[in-house]
Ligand binder design. Structure first.
Ligand code: FAD
Length: 327
């Protein structure tokens, strides 16, 4: 593909951090998906602008671009992705921290929780990146809390902000101060947090094409022992619930308070745990998780999602909405 050749030639992407016809199953926790025409993870030392330049050049040349964090909430199709998958994993760590105010800026590719990633490694594969700080490691080292409710969740800061990740009654936006992003015109903007633009698993980035470069959060001082105990409790809870046992992307469907019960419970009540298609199965331990039992394809997962949606509609009249992103 000419565009891809040109992009590779004109960017600073080192050979070890790029691949043609790269299997996307290696870069997602569901471990499905065909190949990307080009997968690229620009080097940390080139800075955010290098990542943005690839993003912009690809867009300029009409090549489809997909920004990828840890791949913990996406399903790439079995046909793969015909353009550039821009992996932010090389842009990680703390960009700024102010001890006085507790304000911290994490780069988009920073892993949320390296400890959880390593517990889930057998199922999800290794997040093959140079580890600067992960978010949980940074909180522990600094002795500041506020984001520890996310302990145990796979993903990156960029993906969690894009999805407005939520668990244990809190959303990442509860602590958000601002987000720096770059659009396809290479305009770098700092977007202050405005509550009305954020909602349950909803962020303003879901409606635009932009690269999240970093995000600023407000933290509070917290004792390291208490922090560690809270993180471990969340990791253990997820482990006990079976979340690391199989490749998956966590909850498949969003909850909707109007339904009166969580979507997982509605699916359970329809007797769909264990319902399967090819290698994809509704987890026997949770109605709202689809697992890859070994040889699932993206189309197996798509089939199950559509089938569950239809069955729920038929028996309850509820229109359930997917949380996972099909690409
Ligand atoms: C076992 C398990 C448990 C989970 N539990 C939870 C949970 O409790 N709560 C929850 O909310 N989610 C949960 N998830 C889903 C997932 O962990 C989160 O959504 C996470 O925030 C995804 O981050 P990511 O970096 O992997 O994003 P990806 O999957 O890589 O991307 C998700 C979306 O964000 C976009 N994106 C990613 N990075 C950027 C960027 N820098 N700029 C612009 N767009 C970007 C992608 O294009 C894509 O559309 C779980 C997943 C698993 C596997």
């Amino acid at each position: 593909m000419d565009t891809i050749e040109e992009l590779l030639k004109n960017s600073n992407i080192p050979a070890h951090a790029s691949g043609r016809q790269e299997p996307l199953a290696n870069h997602t926790t569901f471990r499905v998906g065909g190949a990307a025409a080009l997968w690229a993870r620009p080097d940390q030392r080139d800075g955010a602008e290098a990542i943005a330049a690839v993003f912009q050049r690809a867009a300029d040349r009409g090549a489809p671009v997909c920004v990828l964090g840890r791949g913990a909430n996406v399903v790439f199709s079995d046909e793969g992705f015909p353009g550039v998958v821009l992996d932010t994993g090389g842009w990680n760590g703390i960009e700024a921290f102010d001890r006085e105010s507790g304000r911290i800026v994490f780069r988009a590719g920073t892993l949320i929780d390296a400890a959880a990633e390593s517990r889930a490694r057998t199922s999800f594969g290794a997040p093959d990146r140079e580890a600067a700080y992960d978010v949980m490691g940074a909180l522990l080292t600094l002795g500041y809390g506020g984001l520890e409710f996310l302990a145990g969740m796979p993903g990156t800061i960029g993906g969690a902000v894009y999805m407005n990740a939520r668990c244990y009654g809190q959303s990442i936006s509860d602590r958000l101060v601002s987000v720096t992003s770059i659009d396809e015109g290479l305009n770098r903007v700092s977007i202050p947090f405005l509550a009305e633009q954020w909602g349950y698993k909803r962020s303003p980035f879901q409606n635009k094409k932009a690269l999240i470069v970093d995000a600023e959060f407000a933290l509070d001082k917290k004792g390291k022992d208490a922090l560690y105990a809270d993180m471990e409790a969340h990791r253990a809870d997820r482990e006990n619930k079976g979340q690391y046992r199989f490749p998956s992307a966590g909850s498949v469907f969003k909850n909707n308070p109007a339904f009166g019960s969580p979507t997982g419970k509605i699916i359970d009540e329809l007797g769909l745990r264990g319902h399967s298609r090819g290698g994809a199965m509704v987890a026997p331990f949770h109605g709202n998780i689809i697992i890859n039992t070994g040889n699932a394809t993206a189309s197996d997962i798509r089939f199950l999602v559509d089938d569950i949606t239809n069955r729920v509609r038929k028996s309850t009249g509820f229109e359930i909405e997917t949380e996972i992103v099909f690409i």
